[in-house]
Design a protein. Structure first.
Length: 364
């Protein structure tokens, strides 16, 4: 296949000289003025591999052609070699400002012109082929990305369905908790969204918050492994019973790890953080690991406040419900263990939203 070159020059003799020089290697199109050149380009630009352009022509000169090529966004797609006797430094600069490949003054060396045309065509053909390959590969990668994204979304949906089922099982065992899990999810979402705005250094994103909220349903998963005589005992647990109850954090992780289910990595990681650490306290006096400060994952810290608040304002077999105001002050004053000062400030800022959500749940 021969590449095609457009020669634009009003002098027939000049066109013939260039044509004779190039015809053995290229197919040649001719135009004797700029207007005709642009008409040819409008029809054939995808099949033109280079343009040899004179500057001084009737009807439309070379600079007007270059301006027309810019308007058509063809400069850069078709290389332009300017060949002109009007080879002042001002004209050369103006041509290069338009994005031409090269500028040769007349009189010229035919061997030099032929080599420059060859290099120009080869370079731009290679560039265009490379761009096509990049576009093809980009399309392939985009399709692969969409496929992976769809698979990830499907996996996340399956994980959330499993979490909902496991959460329902926990609630079924602990009948007095009622809609505890759904309420904790609501409080966690309110708290996390406000905390994200107030403390961006923690790097919470919308996706992370969605994952934390979904995973919060599993915070008491380990209670599945707690005997009814302890889980449902009216009144306070004795020391040994309480130690056994505390093991639900470890047992919950063991249950999740033992499930032969494909998990979204972020979902699994955050679920395990919440299950194991939602009873840790900021002063290191929580369980099971006695983590202190920000050693406690922020996911577990958020769910912990939501869990404690809901437990306080709802009746349990071992206690009456506290008022919302009492619950708020108990958490702020450290009566339920120490929480992060930053988290407490956020909790203070969403106090009204917590109360409104609890009232909505009461009406359902």
């Amino acid at each position: 296949m021969k590449y095609q070159i457009l020669i634009v020059d009003d002098a027939e003799l000049n066109r013939e000289m260039l044509k004779e020089m190039l015809l053995d290697e290229y197919d040649v199109l001719e135009a004797d003025n700029g207007k005709m050149a642009l008409e040819i380009i409008d029809k054939e630009w995808e099949h033109i591999h280079a343009i040899l352009l004179d500057l001084v022509m009737p009807v439309m000169d070379g600079f007007e052609v270059l301006a027309g090529l810019q308007e058509r966004k063809v400069v850069g797609k078709i290389p332009v070699l300017v060949i002109s006797g009007d080879n002042t430094s001002r004209n050369e600069k103006k041509c290069f400002d338009y994005g031409v490949y090269d500028f040769i003054g007349r009189p010229f060396n035919s061997v030099l012109v032929k080599l420059r045309v060859k290099n120009m065509v080869n370079q731009y053909v290679y560039k265009n082929q490379l761009e096509e390959k990049v576009q093809e590969q980009t399309a392939v990668l985009r399709k692969a990305y969409e496929t992976v994204k769809m698979q990830a979304e499907e996996l996340e949906k399956r994980n959330q369905d499993i979490i909902e089922v496991l959460g329902a099982i926990v609630e079924y065992r602990d009948v007095e908790s009622g809609e505890h899990i759904q309420r904790v999810k609501g409080y966690t979402k309110i708290l996390a969204e406000a905390f994200r705005v107030q403390y961006p250094e923690y790097g919470l994103t919308e996706n992370t918050i969605d994952t934390i909220v979904a995973a919060s349903a599993l915070h008491d998963l380990g209670k599945i492994a707690i005997p009814d005589r302890i889980l449902l005992k009216p009144g306070r647990l004795d020391k040994d019973e309480f130690e056994y109850m505390k093991s639900h954090t470890i047992r919950g992780c063991e249950i999740l790890e033992s499930m032969k289910v494909e998990w979204n990595s972020a979902m699994k990681e955050i679920s395990l953080e919440i299950i194991r650490h939602h009873h840790e306290r900021y002063d290191g006096k929580g369980y099971p690991d006695g983590l202190k400060g920000d050693e406690i994952p922020i996911s577990a810290q958020l769910v912990s406040v939501a869990d404690v608040y809901d437990a306080l304002i709802n009746e349990r077999c071992y206690k009456d419900a506290y008022s919302k105001e009492e619950a708020f002050h108990m958490i702020m004053n450290g009566e339920c263990g120490a929480f992060s000062p930053k988290l407490l400030e956020t909790f203070r800022s969403v106090k009204k939203q917590f109360e409104e959500l609890s009232e909505e749940k009461e009406q359902i």
